[in-house]
Ligand binder design. Sequence first.
Ligand code: AMP
Ligand code: MG
Length: 518
Amino acid sequence: MKPLSAANYKNEFTENFPGDDSGDLTPRQTPGKLYSKAIPTPVEKVTLLAWSNELAKELGIQKPDSEQDLNILGGNYVADAMKPYAACYAGHQFGNWAGQLGDGRAITLGEWQTPAGNTWELQLKGAGPTAYSRRADGRAVLRSSVREYLMSEAMHYLGVPTTRALSLVTTGDPVLRDMFYNGNAAYEAGAIVMRTAPSFLRFGNFELLNARKEHDLLRQLVTWTIDRYYPHLQGENRILDWFKEVVERTATLMVEWQRVGFVHGVMNTDNMSVLGLTIDYGPYSFVDNYDPDFTPNTTDLPGRRYAFGKQPGIAYWNLGCLAAALLPLAEKDKLLAVLETYKEVYWKKYYQMMGNKLGLDVVTNLDTDLITQFEQTLAKLQPDMTIFFQLLIEVPLYMRDEKQVADHFKESFYKELAEEESQQLYTLISNYLERLNRNTIKREVSQQLMRNANPRFILRNYLLHQAIEELERGENTLFTKLQEAIKEPYTSNYDEFFMKRPEWATQKAGCSMLSCSS
Ligand code: AMP
Ligand code: MG
């Protein structure tokens, strides 16, 4: 275990690519550059709110025990071995080309060398302006930092590919935010998350270089990405092979989000990791009631582009943008052929995943109808997704009548079922039980499959909201409890969290819908 101030960093990104090393933090375009040097802007007082022990252990990082190491977490101290920078990238936002964006409030300190022999970028989110802050302040507020810290760790424990979070500190500096975009700006507590991943490279890093017609740099970045993160790809078609693997990883990620009911909320191409990780936690949410049209992002309401059920299709669209960015490096037909593999990969993995959620021994073509029937019935009746699947694990193998079925699942519903709805549920469950009867695996094995695929605890928005309100008052009871609860989502003993979203949270801001203001 080494302290954060140790000389344990590589800086290969900045050493391999051209950057603007002036340190100038004035917002600007940086043609020909992949990054701009950005020293964090010091804050009033760094106070540690949370530290991820398990992650720190994995990365070989010692918990800060000196003022100096603590100050690193708030951007008040930069160790000699670090070369802090903000990456330059572009992206498509809500379907439109947005041009240069870049890390407006994220600063990578360096590439930390882990005991396993890898490197992980250590990045501060909210550490002050960079050349890419445009009109914004480069800061982050406590509520959005708590959300990123807890949720990225929660996703990790759910087994969903994600960036991680090592620490959460408050800065002692107030940050002005117009939370509802209605002209009522107010000061909130400032905070900084240290987040980490092997790489934060996004589709947008590649789109930027293509848009600027910097084809040599584009080739260099692709080659570097493959060498570093996809070293098993060695053949002469490695660019296409790489794109194929990005397609596969992205499809896997979408299946995983569908499995646990995660809605990202801002699937712009600048928020799409080239490693297939969940990245940039903003106005995300789990679905409570199963609603494919649900979007947690108030900015997304007009078109619901990023709604729960649309995510797999949007990922395909985003991969299309990445394919377009690679056109200078590979034949169009071949890129398109690889892009088209997305659908096949996605559906294959999707049905496999649903088979696990339903505890099926195998998923054959005959089962796809049943899976579709589940989707349609759930979308119509809108039970709480998490609770419904928990109740499904324990469903009696023989169900007498509609009433018995409705009673069994009662706890998961947000409303009384109409007669027709009870009937639909009964038909669904009858078909399901018939299928379970044909399972060639023991009931216990089937139930174990289901327990592994269906979380019992999810980090619901209203819980985060309550924890944040407490923290803003200086209490950390719920926050501390949630920090523990996220670690065992499949076997959770936290019965107090095993309940539907309460009625009061349905319309309350921050509990169901969120803005991008953070
Ligand atoms: P997002 O879609 O929220 O991940 O962010 C879109 C772009 O806005 C990225 O380039 C961010 O770095 C930038 N951005 C968001 N919030 C801020 C902020 N407070 N200060 C500077 N840049 C920001
Ligand atoms: Mg972003």
